[in-house]
Design a protein around this ligand. Sequence first.
Ligand SMILES: Cc1ncc(COP(=O)(O)O)c(C=O)c1O
Length: 421
Amino acid sequence: MSEQSHPFFFTWSAQKGAKGLEIVDGQGAHFHTSDGARWLDLAALVYQAHLGHGEKRVVDAVVGQAQALCLTLPSAVYPAKTKLAELLLELAPAGFSKVFFTLGGAEANENAVKIARVFTGRHKMVSRYRSYHGASLGALSLTGDRRRLPFEPAVPGVCRALDCYCDRCPFGQKLGECHLECAGHIETILELEGSGNSGVAAVILESIPGANGVMVPPKAYWQRVREACTKNGSLLIADEVLTGFGRTGKCFGFENFDVVPDLITVGKALTGGYGVLGAVLVHERVANYFDDHVLLNGLTHYAHPLGCAAGVAAIEVSLEDGLFTRAAELEAPLRTALLALQSRFPERVEFVRVIGLLAALELKTDEAEWGLLMGAIEGRHLLIHSVKATRTVVLSPPLCISEADLLGGIEQLGNAFAEIF
Ligand SMILES: Cc1ncc(COP(=O)(O)O)c(C=O)c1O
């Protein structure tokens, strides 16, 4: 860790004492830091490195694109842009017909909101409390979690709904005995917000809330929300920025629930982290509207060639290596290992939630112990996501990780628990 003063800001931190890993290279699920340590990446960096580190096929594609064509206009047409849009529409459910490119996930969500507003003639949005949709002001207004609070009032018109959080149901219900009060709640909000131009333009949901703790909903939840949107003339936006491209064992997270949204937003693993890119995938029933109406969305670096080349290569490598289904294959061993960890520390591991290669452990610790635990994990050179506010550890290893490395990593996590608990 580098603790000296740096001429740039560290994200999400008070700057004094802030530090970062000095990563020098990597291969597969491992990377090295400048002190010679070899880390196991159980986080896919920030959920983007599905293909792992040092993926030569993607690097070569980016280098080739840089040499062939690096600078273009937002309106320019060139092979990587067309190819990437085609690939994304092939991966999307039938009926999706257009792609709008952005530079990342937050911008994808902001552009999805603009499209939904213009298309519906409505301005209100519904999102959930335990959600994250990005750090730009509009995306932060959709975000429900604590990161929004210091910036209010931000963009007006967002109604927030309670979550589908079965382990701590906000409606006091138990899964299996409940009536999906959480989905009924969104339905009621849509009804009470009115119809016509006063109604809700769109509901935006992470298909599975990721960074807030992997609260996997029952299938019927998404289906009821879909029905409620259709009934009330609101669009349904699936935020797949974290869950897209195989993380949950399907290409998109919503495919676990047999529903089709109207708009899909992606980022992060779209390029495997090898390029800077996001996108909004738009169903034809919305896209067609813009045949005769001006689409008032644009960016200087729209569909940047390096991002598009990385996106094409990342998708091709994922398909070639079967990465989208690999997470489904590794779900069972991951769950077994985490449940074993829970039975080893039953007083400490309150909940375990897993889907594909995305998992959360909700822990019981005080603040001091939490700090010590994070130190013990870091000391073992394991990269994980830690959410101090909810005492949750989130795991999202690269999809190319071997089963042995995955299970070895969980064993190391168990050793860190044993050291502190
Ligand atoms: C679900 C979700 N949506 C949107 C974003 C924002 O993406 P970006 O950081 O690329 O703007 C994130 C980032 O963590 C995310 O997890």
